[in-house]
Design a protein around this ligand. Sequence first.
Ligand SMILES: C[S@@+](CC[C@H](N)C(=O)[O-])C[C@H]1O[C@@H](n2cnc3c(N)ncnc32)[C@H](O)[C@@H]1O
Length: 378
Amino acid sequence: MTTSDLDTTTHTDPASSTDTATDPVPLDPAAVEAFAQQVAGLITGGAATAMMVVGDRLGLYAELAQSGAVTSEQLASRTGCTERHLREWLAQQAATGILEHDPAHRTFRLPPERAAVLAGDESPASLIGAAPIVTGMHRGLDRLVDAYRTGAGIPWGEQDETVFEAIERFFGTAYRSFLLPQWLPALDGVAEKLTRGADVLDVGCGRAAPLLLMAQAFPASRFHGIDLHAGSVAVARERIADAGLTDRVEVEVSSCLDYPQRGYDLITFYDVLHDLGDPTAAAAYAREALASDGTVMVVEERAGDDLAETLRTVPMAALNYAASAFLCTPNSLSQPGAVALGSQAGARAVSQVLADAGFTRVRRAVDSPFHTVLEARL
Ligand SMILES: C[S@@+](CC[C@H](N)C(=O)[O-])C[C@H]1O[C@@H](n2cnc3c(N)ncnc32)[C@H](O)[C@@H]1O
């Protein structure tokens, strides 16, 4: 797009809105063009996300990671997909800069550094699992637009199924990378207790990704999970059975405000506290459910303590706020309390929730580029 495509002549400057302010002011064509380019990039990102989901679902990135440089015909024979569809997808991937294109040999290549991000979930650098979250958000657009008009909330469990799959997958990447090596060891005495044998409750356990990691790492401990969403709990039960852990891991459908308070040694909230209608009540309920020397661990996305700091310091703020606006805030608004902290509430606000809930010792145990882990004790 160029400035010649843009009407830059008849606009009113809202900042000078007085009786005489209906006079058109000329726009700065360079600023319009620069912003149009920025928006074109954002829209392209949306379209590129859909194309990434295609590449992921069909195993195209995984195949390209193995194959080295291939033509569309070679990729077709290796994947069983039709060549004409693939040729267009490959061209689009070259246009985004994801694939390298060699015109002399008509080949396309996924360099290993890019494969680490797109070709699977095992690398800590993997981001491909986040792409279907956007698919799920698009499927829920109409309802969200209505909710903005009516003020209604949207319970987590009423989002598109793709969201649950993608959250399990994408968050799973982070949990595998950080939970056992960094987060649990940063809590005072917790890893030692789990090694000896302890009772753990995970609030808002979803499909049990972090619960299973903990259970596999600490065979002397017992693990319980609760979640309001019956669909997630059903999948969690399958995962627990598949892992052969039904003797030590159980999950129930329950709200964060009415599970049995069994004197747990550790209660965890993985990317959950900000989603709750009344996070302070949920934290206070967890406090009552702890053993006297127990610990609450709260894992939240890293954010600044106010919007300006978040915008300045959190590279993924635009994606995080989109997920918060689409998933977290509407869920909180669907529940009693409707506090709607948002996923970017920041460590200070979440620490205040824990202090308001009656915890006397609250500290930031981990502050990494993507997560903050808070430890709360009685
Ligand atoms: C972002 S997901 C995180 C799931 C899981 N902790 C993980 O990290 O994979 C938030 C979870 O909180 C659950 N949830 C929301 N409100 C809840 C409530 N009031 N009580 C219990 N669970 C709730 C949702 O059903 C959802 O599974």
